[in-house]
Design a protein around this ligand. Sequence first.
Ligand code: URA
Length: 238
Amino acid sequence: MRLAKYLAHAGVASRRASEELVRAGRVTVGASVVRDPAWPVDASSQEVSLDGSPVLAPAGWVVYALNKPPGVVSTARDPQGRPTVVDLVASDRRLYPVGRLDIDTTGLILLTDDGELAHRLTHPRYEVPKTYRALVGNPPVRESALEALRGGVELEDGITSRARVRRLAADVVEITIHEGRKRQVKRMCDAVGHPVIGLVRVSIGPVELGDLGPGEVRQLTEEQVDHLKRIGELHPHM
Ligand code: URA
C-alpha cells in the first residue's frame, strides 16, 4: 500500500493531508524518513511512524450497507447541517458513501473506507447495475411506457442506455440501470408520463436491500466485498 494511503486508512488524516505530512518529512518507514507519498509500504514487515510515534497498521477495508431513510443526505458532510448517511453508521472509520441518492429517495446505499472501491463502483465505465422500485403517478403504466424505458428515453443530457424494466403493479415499476446520472430514474419516468411519487433502491450489483429496515446498517461479508470488487475488474469497457 502506498504510504499516504496507509496513513489515511490508519485514520491519521485525510489522504491529501497525509501526503503533506509525508512531504514535510514527518513520516518514517523503518529507520528512514520517506518524503514520497507514493512510497510502497509493506505493513507486515515495516514500521511506519509519524513524528516518532508508531502508526498502527490499518485493518482491512469495510463496506456497510445502509437503508437510507428519507430526509437524509448521501454526502459525507452537509453544509446545511442535515443528517448524513455517514452519521447513521456507528464506525470510527473515515467512510465515503458510494454514489448518491436524492434526499427523498430511500433504500440501499453502500459506505466504505476503501476509496478505490468507492470510485470503481460509481465510475460509469464499470456499469454496476442498480435496481430501483418506483411508485409512479398516472397509472396504469402501459406496455408502451415499459418498452420506451427499456429501449432508452431522450433526456436533456442524452438518451439513456438500455434498461431492464418490469411492472410490479399498475403504479409500480422496477428499473435496473447501469448509469448513474443525476435524478435519472425520476427523469426517465417523467419522460414517459409517469412522475415518480416514491423511489427506493433495492440492489447494487450482487448486494440486496433485503429486510434491512429504514436507518439500519449491515456490514457486508468478505465474500460480498470480493464479488463487488470483481465487478469492477470484469466489466470495464474503456
Ligand atoms: N434516480 C433518481 O431519480 N434518484 C435517485 O436518488 C437515484 C436514481
